[in-house]
Design a protein around this ligand. Structure first.
Ligand SMILES: O=P(O)(O)O[C@@H]1C[C@H](O)[C@@H](CO)O1
Ligand code: HPA
Length: 325
């Protein structure tokens, strides 16, 4: 089905956008389906009916931040938390990663109303990118103004150490280079424009605040700022791939976030990105060690107290900044 009504004027085809996109649309030739605006409104309305929280900040908890465990995680420290499992949410995909929590957690952090995704959807699980990003659009419809996207990533910058935190300054959309983009397909203007800019993807003010907060918390020695890229996964990268990414200016490599950020910027959410460096990227054939998921989770647990305190303070500060602007 076409998202436009086509008619002919003086022999030329004229397209008039329809008011709504069809409920489920077969994407250009690749067989993927997509959700309509109305389905996402239904999802948002369901969530709003299940909680009295009206979140202004949305947080995506990455692998290092309690998407695999609850104890001591940021999601656990949300006050007056209401937890809604993904299985109960209409139109929501169900996380297939073993051990992932799969819950939307509503409540407050430092008196700022928030919603946290405990468990995200990854491309390697088999979801098309637009489906991985569905919760971001739902957050927008819930009234969220700012997205904090966190992830676990391999450190490619040789100065980075395992356990460092990287404020994401920018990203390189490697999957987008191959034409795989969450905005691929018909555009719905109610979310945003057909051709959204990405040159200010990661909010400058938030990045400044994050550096200031790192100083206050005395963790500035482990907080870096750099460029993140997402590959499709699930395999970790080859030595040649990592050396190529290093050459083009990538500091940290992961399997998420970029498409979420593109979707968030498209619908005008402000974005802050944070990577936990969980492993060293292997850039030489002489190195014995290999990347592995257990190490990613171990480092996540090791750093979770710091991450929780840091992100909780950032939420307070971003909430304040939100009120100022
Ligand atoms: O959800 P994130 O991006 O934090 O998870 C990363 C990427 C893979 O899911 C996993 C690899 O260990 O960690
Ligand atoms: O080294 C990595 N590569 C890709 N994704 C990752 N997620 C954690 N570490 C890595």
């Amino acid at each position: 089905m076409s998202p436009t009504n086509a008619s002919y004027e003086n022999g030329s085809k004229v397209f008039t956008p329809k008011n709504t996109l069809p409920e489920v649309e077969t994407e250009n030739g690749n067989g993927h389906k997509r959700y309509s605006y109305e389905m996402l409104v239904e999802t948002a309305q369901f969530l709003l009916s299940r909680t009295s929280t009206r979140p202004v900040i949305g947080i995506i908890c990455g692998s290092g931040m309690g998407s695999y465990w609850n104890e001591g995680s940021l999601a656990e420290s949300i006050v007056e938390a209401e937890r809604i499992p993904y299985e109960e949410i209409p139109n929501f995909p169900v996380s297939t990663v073993e051990g992932h929590h799969g819950k939307m957690v509503f409540g407050t952090l430092g008196e700022v109303p928030v919603v946290a995704m405990q468990g995200r959807f990854h491309y390697y699980e088999g979801y098309p990118l637009w489906k991985c990003c569905l919760p971001v659009r739902v957050m927008k419809l819930l009234g969220v103004k700012t997205l904090i996207a966190t992830n676990a990533a391999g450190g490619l910058n040789p100065r980075y150490k395992i356990g460092d935190l990287m404020i994401v300054k920018d990203h390189i959309n490697m999957m987008g280079f191959a034409g795989n983009n969450p905005l691929h397909g018909p555009n719905d203007e109610r979310f945003g424009p057909r051709f959204p800019p990405m040159s200010k993807a990661y909010d400058l003010e938030f990045r400044k605040i994050a550096k200031q907060v790192a100083k206050e918390l005395n963790i500035e020695n482990i907080v870096r700022e750099g460029v993140y890229t997402c590959l499709g996964g699930p395999n970790f990268e080859t030595v040649a791939e990592l050396n190529m990414l290093k050459m083009v200016g990538v500091d940290a490599v992961g399997m998420s976030t970029v498409h979420e950020v593109i979707t968030a910027r498209h619908c005008d959410l402000k974005v802050f990105g944070l990577s936990l460096i969980t492993n060293e990227c292997i850039t030489s054939y002489e190195q014995d060690n290999e990347a592995n998921h257990e190490e990613v989770l171990d480092v996540g647990r090791m750093r979770q107290d710091v991450l929780r305190k840091y992100v909780a303070r950032l939420v307070e500060e971003f909430g304040r900044e939100e009120q100022r602007t």
